[in-house]
Design a protein around this ligand. Structure first.
Ligand code: FAD
Length: 484
């Protein structure tokens, strides 16, 4: 099949029979028609459609090496710098279309699978069959253009003990039975963003595993289709309140659901199991294969688009109400400009310094991307603050679309006009500012960015321990010995 159209995507997820709990009901058919998922599913459908749009087709797709059909460029296994740049240019199309607000566009997990299958030989250390399976699964994902998400961490019950120690080992998703034809999984993980409208769920290693018998049931990597019997999603309430694109411009398009994942005796067939046992390999699953680097290339491309969105929005607001001449406003705009340019520079630098890894994949320079993924969760928290500071009470002087069609229009035109905008234009812009800075949708976005790659505190620790500081320490020692 290759690159899907939006309609093909919608038809597929509507035909699936997942178990999705939301607001007291179970939704298990026509998932893309449920009010909590309808709009974001249409946004995802639009992204699939862009793959067939003459304007973007060449950037978003390449020729499948097996069928010759166009497939998404995020499946391209990079062997050269040009391949890496080509991947980024395609990723950029979706990132800019969604202004960086969608964290689980298909290219994120596609990047992971692309790196994992390139590192087929790494899987063979455990068993040659795992190498064959990850490659076969990657090809299926590519040819069927699946939308996948992933779930990594054990439920947040007691963080003072490891996942395997929670409730005496009876809580986190684990292997409860090994059969000749597969494994049975029971327990939970959290979270899985966009899960209800995905095709596939990747359940890969996450927390550090010990090589003890107690941790053996937690050493695995597998994929499961979204409507596998026993797989259940427990959603939060939607952050889109049902408003129009005018009233809720971001939430009405980009409200990706997050769900807790419960496995109730879920059977996973052998062909979907990519690692079993081998805790030491599970612990290095992402880094040794290059998956983190390729996934981070996607994420940094997305976050650059999001930083650009906030710079554009803040500039529009400043001009609309005539605050662009004030120095502290310019200082905040400068902060946004610097963030955009640092993001782009880190991305470019990681590409230019890319090297082939031991599996033959052209891998962006990891220390640079690692710096980017430690930097963004913190600086992005400033974006909504800046919008709130610019808008002040303007964020509360906010009639709705319905008011524009009412007797209130004359007052809106007179009292809510901006320096450079009519009343209705200003209301439209400020409703966007509201959705980007003060709504439940915007708070969830800030939380998402902060914890995107994991807990920033522990990520910082990992960055410090993995960074090669030795040459710099040596320089200090040499300096202390210097006589001139
Ligand atoms: C909106 C959203 C969407 C998400 N989507 C996904 C998804 O699609 N797939 C997925 O796999 N995950 C997803 N996550 C989960 C994300 O990976 C986690 O939030 C992140 O790894 C942090 O884990 P936690 O939330 O369990 O926080 P916790 O680990 O419970 O941390 C809570 C607090 O305790 C502190 N803390 C806890 N343990 C320690 C420790 N050992 N040392 C020091 N401090 C500690 C932390 O610093 C933090 O302040 C999502 C999270 C959010 C918020």
């Amino acid at each position: 099949m290759g690159a899907r159209t939006g309609q093909q995507y919608l038809d597929k997820i509507n035909s699936m029979r997942p178990h999705v709990n939301i607001d007291g009901v179970v939704v298990s058919e026509n998932i893309a028609e449920h009010p909590a998922f309808k709009n974001v599913a249409r946004t995802y459908a639009k992204l699939f459609d862009l793959q067939h749009d003459p304007k973007y087709k060449d950037k978003l797709t390449y020729k499948s090496p097996t069928t010759g059909d166009p497939v998404n460029v995020s499946f391209l296994q990079p062997r050269t710098l040009e391949d890496l740049e080509r991947r980024r240019a395609g990723i950029q199309v979706w990132a800019e279309y969604s202004n960086g607000f969608l964290g689980r566009t298909g290219d994120y997990m596609n990047s992971s699978l692309t790196a994992l299958s390139s590192a087929k030989k790494w899987f063979e250390q455990a068993d040659p069959v795992f190498g064959e399976r990850i490659e076969a699964y990657y090809e299926q994902a590519r040819e069927n253009d699946w939308l996948a998400t992933h779930t990594l961490i054990p439920p947040q019950v007691n963080r003072s003990v490891s996942g395997s120690e929670q409730l005496g080992g009876q809580l986190a998703a684990r292997i409860v039975e090994e059969r000749p034809d597969g494994i049975v999984i029971h327990g939970a993980r959290m979270l899985a963003t966009v899960a209800p409208i995905a095709d596939e769920l990747l359940v890969f290693p996450s927390t550090v595993l010990r090589g003890t018998p107690e941790d053996a049931p937690y050493s695995y990597a597998f994929a499961i289709q979204n409507d596998a019997p026993g797989l259940k999603y427990l959603c939060r309430s939607s952050l889109h309140n049902g408003g129009s694109h005018f009233d809720e411009p971001l939430a009405s398009r980009y409200e990706e659901m997050d769900a807790v994942v419960a496995f109730d005796q879920v059977f996973v067939p052998n062909e979907r199991i990519f690692m079993l046992g081998h805790p030491e390999l599970c612990n290095n699953f992402y880094t040794d294969t290059g998956a983190t680097a390729l996934m981070t290339q996607q994420v940094v491309t997305r976050t650059i688009a999001k930083s650009e969105f906030f710079l554009g929005l803040a500039t529009e607001i400043s001009e609309a109400i005539g605050i662009d001449g004030f120095l502290h406003i310019q200082e905040a705009l400068a902060e946004l400009v610097v963030d955009v340019e640092i993001g782009k520079a880190l991305m470019r630098s990681a590409e230019v310094d890319a090297k082939l890894n031991e599996w033959g994949m052209m891998t962006p320079h990891w220390p640079t991307l690692n710096a980017a993924r430690n930097w963004y969760p913190k600086i992005s928290q400033r974006f909504p603050q800046i919008i709130r500071m610019f808008c002040a009470s303007g964020l509360m002087a906010l009639p709705s679309e319905a008011d524009l069609a009412s007797d209130a229009l004359a007052d809106i035109e007179l009292y809510l006009q901006g320096k450079s905008l009519t009343g209705p234009e200003r209301v439209k812009l400020f409703r966007l500012a509201y959705d980007a800075s003060i709504t439940g949708f915007s708070s969830r976005q800030a939380l998402y960015e902060y914890f995107f790659f994991g807990d920033p505190v522990r990520m910082a620790g990992a960055l410090v321990s993995s960074y090669d500081k030795q040459p710099l320490q040596q320089r200090i020692r040499d300096f202390l010995e210097r006589q001139d």
